[in-house]
Design a protein around this ligand. Structure first.
Ligand code: HEC
Ligand code: HEC
Ligand code: HEC
Ligand code: HEC
Ligand code: HEC
Length: 301
């Protein structure tokens, strides 16, 4: 078994490791539980424009409330249980009366340590991703009202998706196409729509909060997917047309991109592939990975 000195050193190292794990956890809790965060924000700023009393209709739709990474925000409990077990077992290991107790304690400590390491690994891995993120927007803009109830096409508002890298958020002038006439909503009355006019009067653009964010080192192009690849918006963004408040539906991790690129066949009926098609054997169906969809440099600068 370990000598007393060795177990002290082991315990110190383990403790530092756990501290770093806990730091990761708490950093994440504050950055990544958007629902919790917004609820708190709403509570603490009941005087502000976006408080839940001011916008009782502004909630994350039931259907999308439970979207989130890995352990679904429950990591803290197993983490603390494992930590307590670990500390108790370390006590047994150091103070244990005989070899058997020390041996068992050592084993339990090792397992608890494994659990802690595993949770920390998961937390660290998903750090920076924000599946389930659903910020409160300055105007209660509902995709359900617009895309489903009023049947407005995604590309009416996100008109750059087909032609450029960014899908783009419509300017207030696009809203005015309809809201110069439609001045009242069934759910929010005049309250939210009137913000469009206020902002226009003050010549102040609306500061929509970006929901989907890839890290800077990743290159992503909408046109390539929407136009050339004929990939539906929903494959990456989920059923936005059912959302009253936009939620980041998918993980947008590297695995998410690659899983599709490994399996998806490219559509070769366009100009771009005219020459490429010429080189294919009859019946050959190339996938995205065959045109470089797995090369690091396609997605990373
Ligand atoms: C009437 C205009 C309009 C229509 C139609 C519309 N959107 Fe939007 N969309 C917006 C506005 C405004 C925002 C920014 C506010 C927000 O995030 O709710 C937005 C935000 C988004 C976002 C989040 C962008 C981000 O910040 O990461 C996605 C994804 C999106 N829309 C997809 C769609 C899809 C898919 C459709 C079709 C089913 C669609 N939109 C139809 C106006 C529209
Ligand atoms: C293959 C996956 C994929 C498809 C298909 C896709 N998007 Fe996106 N979308 C993304 C990613 C990834 C981001 C984040 C981009 C970033 O942070 O650079 C994003 C961002 C957005 C944004 C925020 C503004 C922007 O352009 O960065 C809007 C709005 C949006 N998408 C709308 C749409 C609409 C509408 C469609 C369908 C016409 C669509 N997207 C199709 C993956 C996709
Ligand atoms: C193509 C037409 C069209 C465009 C463009 C459009 N809207 Fe609307 N909007 C409507 C219609 C129709 C309604 C439904 C009114 C009702 O509730 O009966 C509506 C309702 C609303 C409501 C109130 C929802 C409710 O039920 O209380 C808000 C807020 C709103 N729109 C904001 C916007 C904003 C912001 C933009 C620009 C980003 C925009 N709209 C662009 C047609 C449009
Ligand atoms: C649902 C399927 C799907 C998902 C998810 C997806 N892609 Fe793609 N991607 C495609 C298709 C299809 C093409 C081929 C388009 C064409 O024909 O040019 C493509 C092509 C690309 C290319 C060009 C490859 C090359 O070398 O020509 C890049 C870069 C790319 N995707 C980046 C991404 C990134 C980054 C993500 C994740 C955020 C992603 N894609 C997610 C389907 C997908
Ligand atoms: C189809 C697009 C795509 C390809 C190809 C791709 N990556 Fe990534 N990569 C991404 C995306 C998207 C992220 C951001 C993931 C996140 O935010 O969690 C990422 C993140 C990363 C990270 C940061 C750590 C992480 O996991 O978040 C590293 C390192 C990385 N990629 C290396 C590589 C290497 C090496 C290759 C080539 C073998 C490669 N990537 C190929 C899309 C891609």
């Amino acid at each position: 078994m370990f000598s007393r000195r060795k177990s002290m050193i082991f315990m110190l190292v383990a403790f530092l490791f756990m501290l770093s794990g806990f730091a990761t956890l708490s950093a994440q809790e504050s950055a990544k539980s958007p629902e919790k965060k917004t609820v708190q924000a709403e509570k603490s700023s009941s005087a502000s424009a976006s408080s839940s009393e001011d916008r009782p209709y502004d909630v994350i739709d039931e259907e999308f409330r439970h979207i989130g990474p890995g352990f679904g925000g429950m990591n803290a409990i197993p983490f603390w249980v494992a930590l307590v077990v670990f500390l108790l077992a370390m006590g047994g290991l150091i103070k244990g009366k005989n070899k058997l107790i020390k041996g068992i304690s050592g084993l339990v400590a090792l397992v608890a340590f494994g659990v802690i390491a595993y949770i920390t690994y998961w937390e660290a891995r998903s750090l920076g991703r924000q599946q389930g993120y659903a910020p409160v927007q300055p105007i209660w803009f509902s995709h359900k009202v617009h895309a489903t109830q009023n049947n407005i096409d995604c590309e009416y508002c996100h008109s750059d998706a087909r032609s450029s890298r960014h899908a783009g958020i419509p300017s207030l002038n696009v809203c005015l196409n309809c809201h110069s006439m439609v001045k009242e909503g069934k759910i929010s009355g005049k309250k939210e729509i009137s913000k469009i006019y206020q902002h226009l009067d003050q010549k102040k653009p609306i500061e929509w909060i970006k929901v989907h964010n890839l890290p800077d080192h990743v290159y992503f192009n909408h046109a390539q997917h929407v136009q050339a690849g004929k990939v539906a918006c929903q494959e990456c963004h989920g059923p936005v047309e059912r959302m009253n408040r936009v939620v980041e539906y998918t993980e947008l991790s590297m695995k998410f991109c690659l899983d599709c690129h490994r399996e998806r066949e490219i559509i070769t009926d366009n100009q771009y592939y005219a020459l490429y098609k010429f080189h294919l054997n009859p019946g050959e169906k190339p996938k995205v990975k065959d045109i470089g969809g797995q090369d690091c440099s396609s997605c990373h600068y």
